[in-house]
Design a protein around this ligand. Structure first.
Ligand code: 16G
Ligand code: ZN
Length: 535
Protein backbone atom coordinates (compact mmCIF):
# COMPACT_ATOMS: atom_id res chain seq x y z
CA UNK A 1 0.00 0.00 0.00
CA UNK A 2 0.98 3.64 -0.30
CA UNK A 3 3.52 4.81 2.25
CA UNK A 4 1.82 8.11 2.95
CA UNK A 5 4.43 9.28 5.39
CA UNK A 6 7.26 8.88 2.92
CA UNK A 7 5.32 10.70 0.20
CA UNK A 8 4.26 13.51 2.52
CA UNK A 9 7.79 14.03 3.82
CA UNK A 10 9.29 14.01 0.34
CA UNK A 11 6.59 16.37 -0.92
CA UNK A 12 7.24 18.87 1.85
CA UNK A 13 10.67 19.48 0.29
CA UNK A 14 8.94 20.43 -2.98
CA UNK A 15 6.18 22.88 -2.06
CA UNK A 16 3.79 23.95 -4.75
CA UNK A 17 3.84 27.65 -5.65
CA UNK A 18 0.60 29.43 -4.86
CA UNK A 19 -1.45 31.16 -7.53
CA UNK A 20 -0.24 28.98 -10.39
CA UNK A 21 -2.17 26.26 -12.12
CA UNK A 22 -0.48 23.66 -14.24
CA UNK A 23 -1.84 21.76 -17.21
CA UNK A 24 -0.31 18.78 -18.96
CA UNK A 25 -0.79 19.84 -22.57
CA UNK A 26 0.42 18.77 -26.01
CA UNK A 27 4.02 19.35 -24.95
CA UNK A 28 3.70 18.08 -21.37
CA UNK A 29 4.20 20.69 -18.63
CA UNK A 30 5.99 23.84 -19.72
CA UNK A 31 6.54 27.06 -17.76
CA UNK A 32 9.12 29.36 -16.25
CA UNK A 33 11.63 27.03 -14.61
CA UNK A 34 11.30 28.75 -11.23
CA UNK A 35 7.71 27.51 -10.89
CA UNK A 36 8.30 23.87 -11.76
CA UNK A 37 9.98 22.17 -8.79
CA UNK A 38 6.80 20.70 -7.28
CA UNK A 39 5.53 19.67 -10.70
CA UNK A 40 8.74 17.75 -11.40
CA UNK A 41 8.49 15.92 -8.09
CA UNK A 42 4.91 14.95 -8.85
CA UNK A 43 5.76 13.86 -12.39
CA UNK A 44 8.27 11.50 -10.77
CA UNK A 45 5.41 10.02 -8.75
CA UNK A 46 3.21 9.70 -11.82
CA UNK A 47 5.95 8.08 -13.90
CA UNK A 48 6.32 5.43 -11.20
CA UNK A 49 2.57 4.80 -11.16
CA UNK A 50 2.47 4.59 -14.95
CA UNK A 51 5.24 1.99 -14.90
CA UNK A 52 3.49 -0.03 -12.19
CA UNK A 53 0.30 0.11 -14.24
CA UNK A 54 2.18 -1.28 -17.25
CA UNK A 55 3.71 -4.27 -15.47
CA UNK A 56 6.94 -2.48 -14.55
CA UNK A 57 7.93 -1.54 -18.09
CA UNK A 58 10.28 1.43 -18.37
CA UNK A 59 8.62 4.83 -18.59
CA UNK A 60 10.63 7.84 -19.79
CA UNK A 61 10.82 11.29 -18.22
CA UNK A 62 12.37 14.06 -20.33
CA UNK A 63 13.13 17.42 -18.75
CA UNK A 64 13.18 20.02 -21.54
CA UNK A 65 11.31 23.01 -22.87
CA UNK A 66 12.40 22.42 -26.46
CA UNK A 67 12.48 25.68 -28.45
CA UNK A 68 11.23 27.85 -25.57
CA UNK A 69 13.52 30.51 -24.07
CA UNK A 70 16.29 29.34 -21.77
CA UNK A 71 14.55 30.48 -18.58
CA UNK A 72 11.65 28.10 -19.26
CA UNK A 73 11.67 24.41 -18.63
CA UNK A 74 9.25 21.53 -18.92
CA UNK A 75 8.76 17.81 -18.67
CA UNK A 76 7.05 15.09 -20.61
CA UNK A 77 6.48 11.41 -20.08
CA UNK A 78 7.28 8.70 -22.59
CA UNK A 79 5.24 5.49 -22.80
CA UNK A 80 6.86 2.03 -23.17
CA UNK A 81 7.12 1.92 -26.95
CA UNK A 82 8.76 5.31 -27.04
CA UNK A 83 5.54 7.15 -27.82
CA UNK A 84 3.95 10.08 -25.97
CA UNK A 85 2.14 9.41 -22.69
CA UNK A 86 -1.31 8.01 -23.44
CA UNK A 87 -3.74 10.93 -23.42
CA UNK A 88 -6.02 9.23 -20.88
CA UNK A 89 -3.28 9.82 -18.27
CA UNK A 90 -2.74 13.51 -18.98
CA UNK A 91 -5.58 14.37 -16.60
CA UNK A 92 -3.79 12.58 -13.73
CA UNK A 93 -0.62 14.55 -14.39
CA UNK A 94 -2.66 17.75 -14.17
CA UNK A 95 -4.49 16.63 -11.02
CA UNK A 96 -1.28 15.74 -9.19
CA UNK A 97 0.49 18.94 -10.25
CA UNK A 98 -2.33 21.06 -8.88
CA UNK A 99 -2.85 19.38 -5.50
CA UNK A 100 -2.66 22.29 -3.07
CA UNK A 101 -0.85 20.69 -0.12
CA UNK A 102 1.11 17.60 0.87
CA UNK A 103 -2.07 16.10 2.28
CA UNK A 104 -4.03 16.95 -0.84
CA UNK A 105 -1.30 15.32 -2.88
CA UNK A 106 -1.63 12.08 -0.91
CA UNK A 107 -5.39 12.14 -1.39
CA UNK A 108 -4.97 12.75 -5.11
CA UNK A 109 -2.45 9.91 -5.35
CA UNK A 110 -4.99 7.55 -3.78
CA UNK A 111 -7.56 8.76 -6.27
CA UNK A 112 -5.25 8.18 -9.25
CA UNK A 113 -4.21 4.75 -7.99
CA UNK A 114 -7.83 3.76 -7.64
CA UNK A 115 -9.04 5.28 -10.90
CA UNK A 116 -6.29 3.59 -12.91
CA UNK A 117 -6.20 0.31 -11.02
CA UNK A 118 -2.49 0.50 -10.27
CA UNK A 119 -1.00 -2.39 -8.29
CA UNK A 120 1.50 -0.74 -5.93
CA UNK A 121 3.27 -4.05 -5.36
CA UNK A 122 4.67 -3.96 -8.91
CA UNK A 123 8.21 -2.55 -9.06
CA UNK A 124 8.43 0.60 -11.16
CA UNK A 125 11.16 1.29 -13.74
CA UNK A 126 11.85 4.78 -15.04
CA UNK A 127 14.55 6.26 -17.28
CA UNK A 128 15.08 10.02 -17.17
CA UNK A 129 17.11 12.58 -19.07
CA UNK A 130 17.41 16.31 -19.60
CA UNK A 131 18.49 19.04 -22.02
CA UNK A 132 21.16 21.75 -21.51
CA UNK A 133 19.12 24.28 -19.53
CA UNK A 134 20.85 25.41 -16.31
CA UNK A 135 17.61 24.74 -14.40
CA UNK A 136 17.69 21.04 -15.28
CA UNK A 137 20.07 20.09 -12.49
CA UNK A 138 17.70 20.91 -9.64
CA UNK A 139 14.55 19.97 -11.55
CA UNK A 140 15.91 16.51 -12.33
CA UNK A 141 16.67 16.12 -8.63
CA UNK A 142 13.01 16.83 -7.91
CA UNK A 143 11.96 14.13 -10.40
CA UNK A 144 14.32 11.69 -8.70
CA UNK A 145 12.82 12.50 -5.30
CA UNK A 146 9.39 11.67 -6.72
CA UNK A 147 10.66 8.37 -8.13
CA UNK A 148 12.38 7.47 -4.88
CA UNK A 149 9.23 8.17 -2.85
CA UNK A 150 7.62 5.25 -4.71
CA UNK A 151 10.76 3.10 -4.54
CA UNK A 152 11.46 3.14 -8.28
CA UNK A 153 14.32 1.46 -10.11
CA UNK A 154 15.96 4.25 -12.08
CA UNK A 155 18.11 4.66 -15.15
CA UNK A 156 19.78 8.08 -15.41
CA UNK A 157 20.27 8.89 -19.10
CA UNK A 158 21.81 12.25 -18.25
CA UNK A 159 22.17 14.85 -20.99
CA UNK A 160 20.29 13.55 -24.05
CA UNK A 161 18.18 14.80 -26.92
CA UNK A 162 14.46 14.16 -26.55
CA UNK A 163 14.46 11.52 -29.33
CA UNK A 164 17.43 9.75 -27.73
CA UNK A 165 15.36 9.35 -24.58
CA UNK A 166 12.44 7.96 -26.60
CA UNK A 167 14.86 5.53 -28.25
CA UNK A 168 16.21 4.40 -24.87
CA UNK A 169 12.70 3.73 -23.53
CA UNK A 170 11.83 1.53 -26.50
CA UNK A 171 15.15 -0.34 -26.31
CA UNK A 172 14.86 -0.99 -22.58
CA UNK A 173 11.38 -2.43 -23.04
CA UNK A 174 12.14 -4.62 -26.04
CA UNK A 175 15.56 -5.89 -24.96
CA UNK A 176 15.91 -9.60 -25.68
CA UNK A 177 12.57 -9.84 -27.47
CA UNK A 178 11.99 -10.59 -31.15
CA UNK A 179 11.30 -6.91 -31.83
CA UNK A 180 14.34 -5.62 -29.92
CA UNK A 181 14.78 -2.03 -31.04
CA UNK A 182 18.48 -1.68 -30.29
CA UNK A 183 21.20 -1.43 -27.69
CA UNK A 184 19.75 0.64 -24.80
CA UNK A 185 22.51 3.24 -24.65
CA UNK A 186 23.34 6.47 -26.41
CA UNK A 187 26.35 4.69 -27.96
CA UNK A 188 23.99 1.98 -29.20
CA UNK A 189 21.88 4.70 -30.79
CA UNK A 190 24.90 6.21 -32.56
CA UNK A 191 26.08 2.85 -33.82
CA UNK A 192 22.67 1.88 -35.14
CA UNK A 193 22.30 5.15 -37.06
CA UNK A 194 25.90 5.20 -38.23
CA UNK A 195 25.75 1.65 -39.60
CA UNK A 196 22.53 2.36 -41.48
CA UNK A 197 23.83 5.65 -42.86
CA UNK A 198 27.09 4.05 -43.94
CA UNK A 199 25.19 1.39 -45.86
CA UNK A 200 23.08 4.02 -47.60
CA UNK A 201 25.80 6.59 -48.30
CA UNK A 202 28.77 4.44 -49.29
CA UNK A 203 29.76 4.72 -52.93
CA UNK A 204 27.77 7.90 -53.58
CA UNK A 205 29.30 11.04 -54.94
CA UNK A 206 29.67 13.41 -51.95
CA UNK A 207 27.73 16.69 -51.88
CA UNK A 208 29.14 19.97 -50.53
CA UNK A 209 29.19 20.16 -46.73
CA UNK A 210 25.97 20.81 -44.80
CA UNK A 211 26.00 23.58 -42.17
CA UNK A 212 23.99 22.74 -39.05
CA UNK A 213 22.69 25.34 -36.58
CA UNK A 214 22.35 23.46 -33.28
CA UNK A 215 20.29 26.18 -31.52
CA UNK A 216 23.07 26.24 -28.89
CA UNK A 217 21.35 23.22 -27.41
CA UNK A 218 21.81 19.55 -26.65
CA UNK A 219 21.92 18.77 -30.37
CA UNK A 220 25.41 20.32 -30.49
CA UNK A 221 27.31 17.88 -28.26
CA UNK A 222 25.21 14.97 -29.47
CA UNK A 223 25.79 15.70 -33.15
CA UNK A 224 29.52 15.99 -32.43
CA UNK A 225 29.51 12.65 -30.59
CA UNK A 226 27.74 11.07 -33.55
CA UNK A 227 30.26 12.52 -36.01
CA UNK A 228 33.05 10.81 -34.08
CA UNK A 229 31.27 7.49 -34.58
CA UNK A 230 30.25 7.85 -38.23
CA UNK A 231 33.34 9.80 -39.35
CA UNK A 232 33.27 12.89 -41.57
CA UNK A 233 34.23 11.02 -44.75
CA UNK A 234 30.64 10.18 -45.54
CA UNK A 235 29.09 13.12 -43.73
CA UNK A 236 30.89 16.40 -44.38
CA UNK A 237 29.30 18.79 -41.93
CA UNK A 238 29.97 22.09 -40.17
CA UNK A 239 28.24 23.06 -36.93
CA UNK A 240 27.32 26.61 -35.91
CA UNK A 241 25.45 27.93 -32.84
CA UNK A 242 26.92 24.96 -31.05
CA UNK A 243 27.88 26.35 -27.63
CA UNK A 244 26.03 25.12 -24.57
CA UNK A 245 27.99 27.02 -21.95
CA UNK A 246 27.09 30.65 -22.72
CA UNK A 247 24.21 31.76 -20.51
CA UNK A 248 21.13 32.90 -22.42
CA UNK A 249 22.24 31.56 -25.80
CA UNK A 250 19.91 28.55 -26.07
CA UNK A 251 17.42 29.09 -28.93
CA UNK A 252 18.41 32.75 -28.98
CA UNK A 253 18.04 34.12 -32.52
CA UNK A 254 18.73 30.66 -33.91
CA UNK A 255 17.29 27.17 -34.09
CA UNK A 256 14.49 25.57 -36.09
CA UNK A 257 11.65 27.51 -34.49
CA UNK A 258 13.35 30.87 -35.06
CA UNK A 259 14.13 30.01 -38.68
CA UNK A 260 10.64 28.69 -39.40
CA UNK A 261 8.68 31.49 -37.76
CA UNK A 262 10.99 34.34 -38.88
CA UNK A 263 11.56 32.84 -42.34
CA UNK A 264 15.20 33.85 -42.14
CA UNK A 265 18.64 32.46 -41.32
CA UNK A 266 19.88 32.43 -37.71
CA UNK A 267 21.04 35.93 -36.81
CA UNK A 268 24.68 36.38 -37.77
CA UNK A 269 24.85 33.35 -40.07
CA UNK A 270 25.55 34.57 -43.61
CA UNK A 271 24.20 32.16 -46.15
CA UNK A 272 26.51 31.27 -49.02
CA UNK A 273 24.25 31.10 -52.10
CA UNK A 274 23.00 27.62 -53.05
CA UNK A 275 24.63 25.87 -50.07
CA UNK A 276 22.68 23.61 -47.72
CA UNK A 277 21.83 24.66 -44.16
CA UNK A 278 19.80 23.01 -41.42
CA UNK A 279 18.59 24.08 -37.98
CA UNK A 280 17.77 21.87 -34.98
CA UNK A 281 15.53 23.06 -32.19
CA UNK A 282 16.61 23.18 -28.53
CA UNK A 283 16.02 19.48 -27.77
CA UNK A 284 16.79 18.22 -31.29
CA UNK A 285 13.42 16.75 -32.17
CA UNK A 286 12.80 19.15 -35.05
CA UNK A 287 14.79 20.10 -38.12
CA UNK A 288 14.30 22.47 -41.04
CA UNK A 289 16.59 23.07 -44.04
CA UNK A 290 17.15 26.22 -46.06
CA UNK A 291 19.38 27.97 -48.58
CA UNK A 292 19.82 31.33 -50.26
CA UNK A 293 19.72 31.93 -54.01
CA UNK A 294 22.09 34.14 -56.01
CA UNK A 295 20.16 37.27 -54.97
CA UNK A 296 20.45 36.25 -51.34
CA UNK A 297 16.74 35.47 -51.08
CA UNK A 298 16.02 33.00 -48.29
CA UNK A 299 14.28 29.71 -49.15
CA UNK A 300 12.91 27.45 -46.42
CA UNK A 301 12.68 23.67 -46.78
CA UNK A 302 10.32 22.93 -43.90
CA UNK A 303 8.58 19.80 -42.66
CA UNK A 304 6.24 19.81 -45.65
CA UNK A 305 9.18 19.83 -48.06
CA UNK A 306 10.84 17.05 -46.06
CA UNK A 307 7.64 14.97 -46.21
CA UNK A 308 7.52 15.36 -50.00
CA UNK A 309 11.18 14.43 -50.38
CA UNK A 310 10.89 11.40 -48.12
CA UNK A 311 7.59 10.13 -49.53
CA UNK A 312 8.91 10.39 -53.09
CA UNK A 313 12.06 8.45 -52.21
CA UNK A 314 10.25 5.70 -50.34
CA UNK A 315 7.66 5.32 -53.11
CA UNK A 316 10.49 4.79 -55.60
CA UNK A 317 12.21 2.23 -53.38
CA UNK A 318 8.98 0.33 -52.73
CA UNK A 319 8.24 0.23 -56.46
CA UNK A 320 11.81 -0.77 -57.38
CA UNK A 321 11.73 -3.51 -54.76
CA UNK A 322 8.55 -4.87 -56.33
CA UNK A 323 6.57 -4.50 -53.10
CA UNK A 324 3.35 -3.52 -54.84
CA UNK A 325 1.14 -4.26 -51.85
CA UNK A 326 2.96 -1.90 -49.51
CA UNK A 327 0.80 1.18 -49.12
CA UNK A 328 2.71 4.41 -48.43
CA UNK A 329 0.78 7.33 -46.92
CA UNK A 330 1.49 10.80 -45.56
CA UNK A 331 0.00 12.51 -42.51
CA UNK A 332 -0.16 16.30 -42.22
CA UNK A 333 -1.91 18.95 -40.15
CA UNK A 334 -3.96 21.92 -41.32
CA UNK A 335 -0.74 23.98 -41.25
CA UNK A 336 0.69 22.01 -44.17
CA UNK A 337 1.03 24.33 -47.11
CA UNK A 338 -1.74 23.69 -49.64
CA UNK A 339 0.86 23.34 -52.39
CA UNK A 340 2.53 20.49 -50.51
CA UNK A 341 -0.74 18.59 -50.14
CA UNK A 342 -1.42 19.10 -53.84
CA UNK A 343 2.08 17.85 -54.73
CA UNK A 344 1.70 14.74 -52.57
CA UNK A 345 -1.73 13.79 -53.87
CA UNK A 346 -1.49 14.90 -57.50
CA UNK A 347 2.18 14.48 -58.42
CA UNK A 348 3.26 11.62 -56.14
CA UNK A 349 -0.23 10.11 -56.03
CA UNK A 350 0.09 9.26 -52.36
CA UNK A 351 -2.86 9.31 -49.90
CA UNK A 352 -2.75 12.16 -47.37
CA UNK A 353 -4.50 12.20 -43.98
CA UNK A 354 -5.05 15.48 -42.14
CA UNK A 355 -5.12 15.37 -38.32
CA UNK A 356 -5.19 17.91 -35.45
CA UNK A 357 -1.91 19.54 -34.38
CA UNK A 358 0.32 17.55 -32.01
CA UNK A 359 2.70 14.70 -32.49
CA UNK A 360 0.49 12.05 -30.94
CA UNK A 361 -2.23 12.62 -33.55
CA UNK A 362 0.21 12.42 -36.43
CA UNK A 363 1.97 9.38 -35.02
CA UNK A 364 -1.29 7.54 -34.46
CA UNK A 365 -2.60 8.24 -37.97
CA UNK A 366 0.71 7.21 -39.55
CA UNK A 367 0.37 3.80 -37.91
CA UNK A 368 -2.58 2.99 -40.16
CA UNK A 369 -0.36 2.91 -43.28
CA UNK A 370 2.16 0.20 -44.19
CA UNK A 371 4.69 2.99 -44.39
CA UNK A 372 3.42 6.19 -42.79
CA UNK A 373 5.34 9.41 -43.33
CA UNK A 374 4.39 12.23 -40.99
CA UNK A 375 5.77 15.71 -40.64
CA UNK A 376 4.48 18.89 -39.13
CA UNK A 377 5.33 22.00 -41.14
CA UNK A 378 7.50 23.08 -38.16
CA UNK A 379 9.93 20.25 -38.89
CA UNK A 380 8.87 17.54 -36.44
CA UNK A 381 8.32 14.19 -38.06
CA UNK A 382 9.38 10.68 -38.85
CA UNK A 383 8.41 7.55 -40.79
CA UNK A 384 6.69 4.48 -39.35
CA UNK A 385 6.95 1.01 -40.83
CA UNK A 386 4.11 -1.31 -39.81
CA UNK A 387 4.94 -4.68 -38.21
CA UNK A 388 3.70 -6.43 -41.38
CA UNK A 389 5.99 -4.29 -43.54
CA UNK A 390 8.92 -4.98 -41.23
CA UNK A 391 8.47 -8.72 -41.48
CA UNK A 392 8.05 -8.44 -45.24
CA UNK A 393 11.34 -6.52 -45.43
CA UNK A 394 13.18 -8.98 -43.23
CA UNK A 395 11.99 -11.97 -45.25
CA UNK A 396 14.41 -13.16 -47.94
CA UNK A 397 12.46 -11.56 -50.82
CA UNK A 398 12.20 -12.92 -54.39
CA UNK A 399 14.39 -15.96 -55.11
CA UNK A 400 16.14 -14.44 -58.13
CA UNK A 401 15.89 -10.69 -57.68
CA UNK A 402 17.19 -8.25 -60.26
CA UNK A 403 20.06 -6.03 -59.21
CA UNK A 404 17.79 -3.02 -58.82
CA UNK A 405 15.30 -5.06 -56.80
CA UNK A 406 17.88 -6.18 -54.28
CA UNK A 407 19.43 -2.71 -54.09
CA UNK A 408 16.02 -1.21 -53.32
CA UNK A 409 15.33 -3.89 -50.71
CA UNK A 410 18.62 -3.39 -48.94
CA UNK A 411 18.13 0.38 -48.98
CA UNK A 412 14.67 -0.01 -47.44
CA UNK A 413 16.10 -2.28 -44.74
CA UNK A 414 18.75 0.31 -43.92
CA UNK A 415 16.12 3.08 -43.82
CA UNK A 416 14.24 1.16 -41.14
CA UNK A 417 17.33 1.42 -38.93
CA UNK A 418 18.22 4.96 -39.95
CA UNK A 419 14.82 6.38 -39.03
CA UNK A 420 13.96 6.84 -35.36
CA UNK A 421 10.51 5.32 -35.36
CA UNK A 422 9.63 6.39 -31.85
CA UNK A 423 9.36 10.15 -32.52
CA UNK A 424 10.64 12.96 -34.75
CA UNK A 425 14.43 13.16 -34.43
CA UNK A 426 16.54 16.00 -35.85
CA UNK A 427 19.68 13.85 -36.10
CA UNK A 428 17.94 10.88 -37.70
CA UNK A 429 15.96 13.17 -40.04
CA UNK A 430 19.17 14.97 -40.99
CA UNK A 431 20.67 11.64 -42.04
CA UNK A 432 17.50 10.70 -43.90
CA UNK A 433 17.47 13.92 -45.92
CA UNK A 434 21.22 13.73 -46.59
CA UNK A 435 20.80 10.14 -47.78
CA UNK A 436 18.06 11.10 -50.22
CA UNK A 437 19.94 14.12 -51.57
CA UNK A 438 23.01 11.89 -52.02
CA UNK A 439 21.00 9.29 -53.92
CA UNK A 440 19.26 11.91 -56.04
CA UNK A 441 22.39 14.07 -56.34
CA UNK A 442 20.15 17.06 -55.70
CA UNK A 443 21.09 20.55 -54.63
CA UNK A 444 18.69 22.20 -52.15
CA UNK A 445 17.23 24.20 -55.05
CA UNK A 446 16.48 21.01 -56.98
CA UNK A 447 14.75 19.57 -53.93
CA UNK A 448 12.85 22.85 -53.54
CA UNK A 449 11.67 22.83 -57.15
CA UNK A 450 9.12 20.05 -56.50
CA UNK A 451 6.50 22.75 -55.83
CA UNK A 452 6.26 26.40 -54.73
CA UNK A 453 4.73 27.15 -51.36
CA UNK A 454 1.55 29.22 -51.43
CA UNK A 455 2.12 32.57 -49.71
CA UNK A 456 0.80 32.30 -46.19
CA UNK A 457 0.54 34.07 -42.91
CA UNK A 458 0.21 32.92 -39.31
CA UNK A 459 -1.07 35.42 -36.75
CA UNK A 460 -1.40 35.03 -33.01
CA UNK A 461 -4.48 36.63 -31.44
CA UNK A 462 -4.89 37.10 -27.71
CA UNK A 463 -8.38 36.26 -26.52
CA UNK A 464 -9.93 36.23 -23.07
CA UNK A 465 -10.90 32.57 -23.20
CA UNK A 466 -9.33 30.26 -25.74
CA UNK A 467 -11.50 27.35 -24.57
CA UNK A 468 -14.42 29.16 -26.21
CA UNK A 469 -12.87 28.11 -29.52
CA UNK A 470 -13.91 24.62 -30.57
CA UNK A 471 -12.81 23.11 -33.85
CA UNK A 472 -13.77 20.11 -35.98
CA UNK A 473 -12.53 18.48 -39.19
CA UNK A 474 -8.89 18.29 -38.01
CA UNK A 475 -9.03 21.92 -36.84
CA UNK A 476 -10.07 23.17 -40.25
CA UNK A 477 -13.56 24.28 -39.12
CA UNK A 478 -14.56 26.38 -36.14
CA UNK A 479 -17.79 25.19 -34.49
CA UNK A 480 -17.71 27.77 -31.71
CA UNK A 481 -17.95 30.70 -31.11
CA UNK A 482 -21.01 30.62 -33.29
CA UNK A 483 -20.93 32.62 -36.46
CA UNK A 484 -17.16 32.97 -36.77
CA UNK A 485 -16.75 30.16 -39.30
CA UNK A 486 -19.33 31.83 -41.54
CA UNK A 487 -17.27 35.00 -41.48
CA UNK A 488 -14.08 33.08 -42.26
CA UNK A 489 -15.86 31.51 -45.23
CA UNK A 490 -16.95 34.94 -46.31
CA UNK A 491 -13.41 36.34 -46.01
CA UNK A 492 -11.97 33.50 -48.07
CA UNK A 493 -14.71 33.42 -50.73
CA UNK A 494 -13.48 34.71 -54.04
CA UNK A 495 -9.81 34.69 -52.93
CA UNK A 496 -7.90 32.56 -55.42
CA UNK A 497 -6.32 29.57 -53.68
CA UNK A 498 -7.70 31.00 -50.44
CA UNK A 499 -7.77 28.85 -47.30
CA UNK A 500 -7.97 29.96 -43.70
CA UNK A 501 -8.62 28.47 -40.29
CA UNK A 502 -8.60 29.48 -36.64
CA UNK A 503 -7.63 27.16 -33.76
CA UNK A 504 -6.88 27.59 -30.08
CA UNK A 505 -3.21 27.05 -29.22
CA UNK A 506 -2.44 24.03 -27.08
CA UNK A 507 0.67 25.62 -25.60
CA UNK A 508 -0.05 29.36 -25.22
CA UNK A 509 -2.98 31.49 -24.17
CA UNK A 510 -4.03 32.55 -27.64
CA UNK A 511 -5.72 31.45 -30.82
CA UNK A 512 -3.80 31.15 -34.07
CA UNK A 513 -5.10 32.37 -37.41
CA UNK A 514 -3.65 30.82 -40.55
CA UNK A 515 -4.33 32.01 -44.07
CA UNK A 516 -2.88 31.14 -47.45
CA UNK A 517 -3.69 32.21 -51.00
CA UNK A 518 -2.20 32.32 -54.47
CA UNK A 519 -0.72 35.76 -53.88
CA UNK A 520 1.08 37.29 -50.93
CA UNK A 521 -1.33 40.22 -50.89
CA UNK A 522 -4.37 37.99 -50.72
CA UNK A 523 -2.89 35.79 -47.97
CA UNK A 524 -2.09 38.81 -45.85
CA UNK A 525 -5.48 40.35 -46.52
CA UNK A 526 -7.47 37.30 -45.48
CA UNK A 527 -5.52 36.68 -42.31
CA UNK A 528 -5.36 40.29 -41.22
CA UNK A 529 -9.09 40.51 -41.58
CA UNK A 530 -9.77 37.61 -39.27
CA UNK A 531 -8.21 38.81 -36.02
CA UNK A 532 -10.63 41.74 -36.19
CA UNK A 533 -13.51 39.33 -36.53
CA UNK A 534 -12.76 37.20 -33.53
CA UNK A 535 -11.68 39.76 -30.94
C1 16G B 1 3.53 21.15 -29.28
C2 16G B 1 3.53 19.91 -30.11
C3 16G B 1 3.87 20.24 -31.53
C4 16G B 1 2.92 21.30 -32.07
C5 16G B 1 2.89 22.50 -31.16
C6 16G B 1 1.75 23.43 -31.55
C7 16G B 1 4.17 17.69 -29.36
C8 16G B 1 5.26 16.87 -28.77
N1 16G B 1 4.49 18.96 -29.59
O1 16G B 1 4.82 21.70 -29.22
O2 16G B 1 3.76 19.07 -32.27
O3 16G B 1 3.31 21.72 -33.34
O4 16G B 1 2.62 22.07 -29.84
O5 16G B 1 1.64 24.46 -30.61
O6 16G B 1 3.07 17.23 -29.60
P1 16G B 1 0.32 25.32 -30.51
O7 16G B 1 -0.81 24.41 -30.09
O8 16G B 1 0.64 26.37 -29.51
O9 16G B 1 0.05 25.91 -31.87
ZN1 ZN C 1 11.66 20.20 -29.63
Amino acid sequence: SLNEQVVRAASSAHPRPLNTTFAYGTAGFRANADTLDSTMFRVGLLAALRSKKLAGQHIGVMVTASHNPEQDNGVKLVDPHGEMLHSSWEQYATLLANATSDDALVTTLHHVIQATGVDLAVKANVVYGHDTRPSCRSLVRAVVDGLAALDTDQVNAGLVTTPQLHYLVRCLNTQGSSDAYGEPSVEGYYHKLAAAYTTLATGRHLLPALTVDCANGVGAPKLKEFLKVVGTDLLPLVTVRDTTTVAGSLNKDCGADFVKTQQRAPRGVDLVPWQRYASFDGDADRIVFYYADAEGTFHLLDGDKIAGLVAGFILDLVRDAGLDDVKVGVVQTAYANGASTKYLTEVLGVPVTCVPTGVKHLHHAAESYDVGVYFEANGHGTVLFSPATLSLLSSPGPSSPTASQSAALSNLRALVDLINQTVGDALSDLLLVETILLHRQWSPAQWDSAYSDLPNRLVKVLVTDRTAFVTSDAERRLDRPEGVQARIDEAVRGVEGGRSFVRPSGTEDCVRVYAEANTRQAADGASLFLPLVIT
